[in-house]
Design a protein around this ligand. Structure first.
Ligand code: ZN
Length: 252
């Protein structure tokens, strides 16, 4: 049954597994609340390590990672998965205007109420993460001109402060300010199982979420973290907050 207040959310990430690391609990939560979630994954992740799996070609790894992503999506409740299938690590080499236009077109086709991507710091500093953030923000600003004025989308960045606790050697020195958090305490198991679905990414999962691959989900925290960037066609100036005093929000 269609919920009248049902909203559409579009999560835009560069790699299969980013959705689970950054926003797995949030996606499961908004799905449970009856909202519609689309995930746009820009690359095939064909450069990632492949754990116990051996693949003769990058194409085979890419196909395998798509299967893992589909499994994670079904655990989290992603309604629609859109794959751009750029080569892993290549986003910075793509024509920026074309990438922006492709994302803008996807946004206009879906008309989501909420759009979520990485912050421009890329969380891990990965060039694909930074590129998708910049391209998405540009695409949202262009798409706003084609939206009905009464339902302009919100744009949020999602960050992973947990990552810095576990991988202190990595990450940008200039981190984007986080302004709010989503309570995912009832959805930690979904996040854990979605991370487990990315079996070929065992090294990354073990590094940031040790224990999860063995079904010990205690390392998964109760919150995922967000910064509201644009609302109602306007850029938002984030108020300065320390992580301990962030307000708890719901995306929809
Ligand atoms: Zn990634």
């Amino acid at each position: 049954m269609k919920n009248h207040s049902q909203q559409k959310l579009l999560f835009i990430f560069p790699h299969p597994d980013d959705e689970s690391f950054a926003a797995g609990g949030t996606i499961a939560k908004v799905h449970h609340l009856g909202h519609e979630v689309t995930l746009l994954c820009a690359t095939s992740g064909c450069k990632g390590k492949s754990g116990e799996f051996q693949f003769a070609t990058r194409e085979q790894l890419a196909l395998h990672r798509e299967e893992e992503l589909r499994k994670a999506c079904s655990i989290l409740g992603v309604t629609e998965l859109i794959l751009y299938r750029y080569p892993d690590g290549s986003l910075i080499e793509q024509d920026m205007d074309q990438l922006v236009d492709r994302i803008r077109t996807t946004i206009i086709e879906l008309e989501p109420d909420v759009i979520v991507t990485f912050p421009p710091d890329g969380v891990t500093g990965h060039a694909d993460h930074i590129t998708i953030s910049l391209a998405t923000e540009k695409a949202v600003i262009l798409a706003e001109q084609q939206y009905p004025a009464s339902k302009l989308p919100r744009l949020l960045y999602t960050s992973i402060p947990h990552y810095y606790d576990h991988c202190q050697d990595s990450g940008p020195s200039n981190k984007c300010l986080i302004t709010s958090k989503v309570d995912i305490s009832d959805y930690r198991i979904h996040k854990g199982q979605a991370l487990q679905a990315h079996k070929s990414q065992v090294y990354s999962v073990n590094r940031a979420y040790p224990g999860v691959m063995e079904s010990d989900f205690t390392v998964i925290g109760n919150y995922e973290y967000y910064t509201l960037v644009r609302d109602n066609g306007q850029a938002i100036d984030p108020p300065v907050k320390s992580v301990n005093e962030l307000p708890t929000i719901d995306l929809v």
